[in-house]
Design a protein around this ligand. Structure first.
Ligand SMILES: [Zn+2]
Length: 99
């Protein structure tokens, strides 16, 4: 689960999900107001999962699985990814270069 790097505040699952759905680089801590960033490692993980989902759905297409089923599966994957987001990502107090 997310933890603020400035004040060690533990985000609730709901707060973490709210952060997952908001855009922008820095995430403001609800407790101390300082900005946190996703670690480069967790952002790479996120990109990897996105790429895997796209590859998986392309593979379904290749095996002539109907488009409506592929889209349904992609939708389920996206929801799963969103719900797991607070467990997959970690926070840091400074912006890290991606590579
Ligand atoms: Zn904080």
């Amino acid at each position: 689960m997310f933890q603020c790097k400035h004040c060690s505040y533990e985000y609730t699952y709901k707060e973490a999900l709210g952060m997952a759905s908001s855009t922008g680089v820095g995430k403001r801590c609800p407790n101390c107001g300082e900005t946190n960033y996703y670690t480069a490692r967790s952002r790479r993980k996120g990109m990897f999962i996105t790429m895997l989902s796209v590859l998986f759905v392309s593979a379904l297409n290749f095996f002539e699985v109907p488009m409506s089923i592929s889209i349904g599966i992609l939708f389920i994957l996206l929801i799963g990814y969103y719900l797991l987001f607070p467990f997959l990502f970690e926070l840091t107090d400074q912006e890290e270069p991606l590579w």
